[in-house]
Design a protein around this ligand. Structure first.
Ligand SMILES: NC(=O)c1ccc[n+]([C@@H]2O[C@H](COP(=O)([O-])OP(=O)(O)OC[C@H]3O[C@@H](n4cnc5c(N)ncnc54)[C@H](O)[C@@H]3O)[C@@H](O)[C@H]2O)c1
Ligand SMILES: [Zn+2]
Length: 426
């Protein structure tokens, strides 16, 4: 850690219209840097392969020779699909009893967005960490989708101001985005992710085998984040996604594994090299498509999954970029076609929900997004595939026109059938 403190004497500003002179202020400028690091392992068979030591190494990575206390939380969606998982975790701890001590039976938590709406669930986790004497050098291991990881992460981050969290993401979206980054959150006061922290995990383990039990709808949803990050950062990856769209739509393991890996790498690169890991500034390139997505999730009462809403948000903002003359039509065609081929429907009736004045309610998403950023609106758009740009104002008429366009495309799709829609697009 680098520390620097400067004694400073500031002359207070003089208000020329007033006879009052501000008093000199004595202050110390406190400044330090704290380096963060955490490993993200890509593995298979973390529990099923007896030779796989990834979790043990992750827990013990700073102090390999002492015994480590830990507790574990398992997403009920995973536990239902894979009933042996809880026992496998317990057996794993017993096999490594020289270095690991599982101090209580793993807790199975109902996963999905509902968990993030329940402050009592977070409170119960904190109470459990208290009862089990989980201190800042013990671990909480969480297996689950993005919602479980967000809520459990929030409980871990706020207990003792941060106990070690090891994430094992078990959905596509959690493996390629939600589970590998530095954010935790729960929803509150009707606003998504209103309460949360920036807290890097202690380690992340992406075990591709978990994806095998994931329902098709969730597999598709997670791919939206790959399209997003490719569109703003990496044309080659976008082209790869396009070339492998059929394989991905059929969830072919090699294609899925590479898609997850590359998407995760690009997200990690952005966090470590983007210059603003804890999002103090207003620019949020990784939130491309998200101002509408977050609002659509709420407007649809979360019947739209995060990834499904992101796909609509990407299509909307890409069309908008064309309507304001920022982007050429072929890029929109490429984006719309890819999302369609991966299995996304790029319309939801929530886009057309109106308030009493007849205004589309999704437009409130822009105001909420601006507030979330801290006052200045920053919407990420693309000027070509692989290159993003920030804009600070949006034209409501053109956003409406882009929504109308999405509706029209969707009607055509229903009319002519999903497969042909990309050929018919105008
Ligand atoms: N913290 C971040 O940086 C970040 C980034 C993006 C998204 N998110 C959040 O992530 C959440 C969405 O995450 P998600 O897409 O993983 O959905 P999810 O967590 O809602 O999980 C979807 C469903 O899959 C089930 N499930 C999980 N793993 C399974 C498995 N292996 N087999 C069968 N079922 C399984 C869950 O129980 C749930 O019902 C949203 O709340 C979003 O806000 C957070
Ligand atoms: Zn997202």
């Amino acid at each position: 850690m680098q520390c620097l403190s400067e004694s400073m004497k500031e002359d207070g500003p003089v208000d020329e219209n007033s006879s009052v002179h501000a008093v000199d202020t004595d202050s110390v400028m406190q400044r330090f840097n704290v380096p963060f690091e955490y490993p993200v392992y890509f593995s298979r068979g973390v529990f099923s392969d007896p030779h796989n030591l990834t979790l043990q190494r992750a827990i013990c990575r700073l102090e390999p020779h002492r015994r480590h206390r830990f507790v574990a939380v398992v997403d009920a969606g995973l536990a239902n699909a894979n009933p042996a998982i809880v026992q496998a975790l317990q057996a794993y701890a017993l096999r490594h009893a020289d270095t690991l001590e599982l101090v209580d039976a793993p807790r199975v938590l109902a996963g999905g967005e509902q968990l993030k709406h329940e402050p009592d669930a977070v409170r119960a986790l904190q109470q459990w960490l208290h009862d089990q004497h989980i201190d800042r050098h013990a671990c909480l291991v969480a297996l689950g989708g993005g919602a479980v990881l967000d809520a459990v992460g929030y409980a871990a981050a706020t207990t003792h101001r941060g106990v070690r969290l090891i994430r094992l993401p078990t959905t596509v979206l959690a493996q390629n985005d939600a589970g590998i980054g530095v954010k935790t959150a729960i929803n509150a006061f009707g606003v998504k992710n209103f309460l949360g922290t920036f807290t890097p995990p202690f380690a992340v383990i992406n075990d591709f085998d978990f994806i095998a039990t994931l329902p098709a709808r969730h597999c598709i949803a997670g791919m939206a984040e790959a399209v997003k990050v490719a569109a703003i950062r990496d044309r080659t990856f976008f082209d790869w996604l396009t070339a492998h769209a059929s394989a991905l739509a059929n969830f072919e393991p090699n294609a899925m594994q590479w898609m997850i890996r590359r998407c995760a790498e690009l997200h990690l690169q952005h966090i470590s090299q983007g210059g603003d890991p804890f999002e103090s500034g207003s620019a949020r390139p990784l939130d491309f498509g998200h101002w509408a997505a977050h609002k659509l999730e709420t407007l649809s009462a979360h019947t739209l999954m995060h990834g499904e809403a992101v796909a609509i948000g990407l299509a909307l903002d890409t069309r908008y970029a064309v309507t304001i003359g920022l982007l050429e039509m072929p890029a929109l065609t490429a984006m719309y076609t890819l999302l369609n081929r991966l299995g996304f429907r790029l319309w939801h009736d929530a886009l057309d929900a109106r308030d009493q004045s007849g205004r589309r309610r999704v437009l409130d998403g822009l105001t909420e997004f601006r507030e979330h950023l801290g006052g200045e609106l920053n919407v990420t758009l693309i000027k070509q595939i692989g290159k993003s740009v920030e804009v600070h104002a949006t034209d409501e008429r053109e956003v409406n026109a882009a929504i109308d366009w999405l509706q029209e495309q969707d009607r055509n799709r229903l009319h002519i059938g999903r497969k042909e829609v990309h050929c018919e697009m105008v």
